[in-house]
Design a protein around this ligand. Sequence first.
Ligand code: SF4
Length: 321
Amino acid sequence: MKAGDEKKFSRAECLQILNLPDDALENLMETAYSLRTKYKGNRVSIQILTNVRSGNCTQNCAYCAQSRDSKAPIEKYRSVSDEKLDSNNNLVNEFHLSRHCIGLSGMGFTDKEIENLAERIARMKKSGTHICCSIGFLTEHQARVLKAAGLDRINHNLNTSRRFYPEICSTHTYERRIQNIQMLQRVGFEICCGGIIGMGESKEDVVDMLLDLVAINPESVPINFLLPVKGTRLAERDVSNLTFEYCMKILCLARLLLPKSDIRCAAGREVYFKGHEKELFKVVDSVFASGYLTEGGQSLSETFKTIENAGFTWFVESADP
Ligand code: SF4
């Protein structure tokens, strides 16, 4: 395939891409770069994350420090202070970042909790911030309450393939996630949906997850590379297969399959792509700054520098891109 071509890929072709020899990576990246430039120009979207509700989750996702089985020493609280929420929201506007992402641990919410959240979202939307909320399963009524409050986007990840899902979580199903996403699309939300690489899945699992993402066609696709967290079931997971080359092939494949979506290198960026930032931004157009829900990350100012040094821009003219 030559740079500039766009085509549909079969499962076998996707696997071929992940199995390419490392010396074919440069060509693959050039193809991805032409699509990145065509649809996303030269800009990198920067998101910052606020953990609105932390820990004490009823679910048992193996990678997650907030899960019911996790012994990770994280801060746990029912609701972040307005002060913290508003100061992060102001940061997004002050620095002309792309988006404020807010995350809530847990899978089920009462209507009262959703109404409270909607009030906080409506307050933040007054300043025009583009807001994405990472949240569990909502009823359609709850989704409509958040939509009416002005929430733009919802993050609900697939995380891995349908086949591998029971290996990482047994308290809810992959199918329930798909149904939740379909309901959110019906209600009219933009969707952020991606996965985690390095949990013990095969290359076939990675391809199957990406092909399910093609069917969903999310506006944003966060690809996380596992950071094994002490106290979680995956604390000792061997991540030696997460070489720069393998991780990059996955991001390139995501770009080829979903050329118009934001492809975000999320957790793991600072570890697995260290020293390769120029190549990274040729393929992805979206990152988090200032850390992840329970893990630290590159500061905002360092992220600006990294993007600019790689020859890309991040500044958003209006507060609502
Ligand atoms: S990923 Fe979400 S649902 Fe799963 S354990 Fe963590 S907070 Fe709970």
